[in-house]
Design a protein around this ligand. Sequence first.
Ligand SMILES: NC(=O)c1ccc[n+]([C@@H]2O[C@H](COP(=O)([O-])OP(=O)(O)OC[C@H]3O[C@@H](n4cnc5c(N)ncnc54)[C@H](OP(=O)(O)O)[C@@H]3O)[C@@H](O)[C@H]2O)c1
Length: 303
Amino acid sequence: MRVTITGATGLIGPAVIAELRRRGPVQITALSRDVERASAKLGGDVEVARWSALEEAAPADALAGRDAIVHLAGEPVAQRWSPSAKQAITDSRVIGTRNLVQGLAEAQPRPSVLVSSSAIGIYGARHEEPLDEEAALGYGFLAETCIAWEQEAGHASELGMRVVNMRTGVVLDARGGALAKMLPPFRMGIGGPVAGGGQYVSWIHLEDLAAMIVTSIEQDSWSGPINATAPEPVTNRELSHALGRVLHRPAVLPVPGFALGLLYGEMAEIVTTGQRVLPAKALVHGYQFRHPRLEEALQAALA
Ligand SMILES: NC(=O)c1ccc[n+]([C@@H]2O[C@H](COP(=O)([O-])OP(=O)(O)OC[C@H]3O[C@@H](n4cnc5c(N)ncnc54)[C@H](OP(=O)(O)O)[C@@H]3O)[C@@H](O)[C@H]2O)c1
């Protein structure tokens, strides 16, 4: 199998590469803004080509002849949302995906599938409503960014490609993302529920996300939006308590929402609001979660 991955140098990319290798022989090309740094991170077995996602079409020769493209590149969302940060978050996904599809239009032979990242933020802030892939989409900065991002990826279907939009939940891994940010206070015993703790956190273990991405490459029946979350979304309070138990630390100190607002501004809404997302399509397709239960998933993520 031959696969090209954008944004391969982040949290999710190396797990996708590991999962592809676990399933069989694979030739991987990574598209990165910084070839040297990417080669150092990904190792000599991964071919790296330069792509400046905002400025140019993706290089067609790094896409042609591949079986699949996995699109992960994007400006980190977990930063203070200044006007320029918001612009970078949106542009890297909307213009970046447009430039990827433009490269695909020029690629011959063209890959048959594009698996493009998206996020559960597409549903907006939704309290307790269970959300499968049929649910109405939301409002606000993140939802509107995700909607535009999926629309751009969708243009690859006009090129005859199958398109999968992985609506990714909160990825659990100790090396990065939300869990890495939660760990220091929880390890010190000063962690606890945020903003009342009633808001839902739809999480997924990194290994399951990687397995779902690779399964969606292999299985033609996977297409369109797919919720990449475990079947057991929990409240922020339940997540705090489970993390406390796994770390053998108290997890009772509440963190008021306004304190996060002061620290992070508008971005705090990622943790002060939530979505209760269900992986309906993955379950219908028979996907077997490796880490379906939160406490075990946390233990595995911290092992
Ligand atoms: N981690 C999560 O919990 C989570 C949840 C939902 C959705 N997602 C989405 O899944 C995708 C991959 O997630 P991740 O956590 O692996 O991401 P990440 O580590 O933050 O970044 C992935 C890669 O994107 C590239 N990148 C960063 N800023 C960019 C910019 N301004 N323009 C173009 N490329 C840029 C970088 O690659 P180079 O430096 O090599 O170019 C980076 O290594 C992202 O789009 C993210 O929004 C992640």
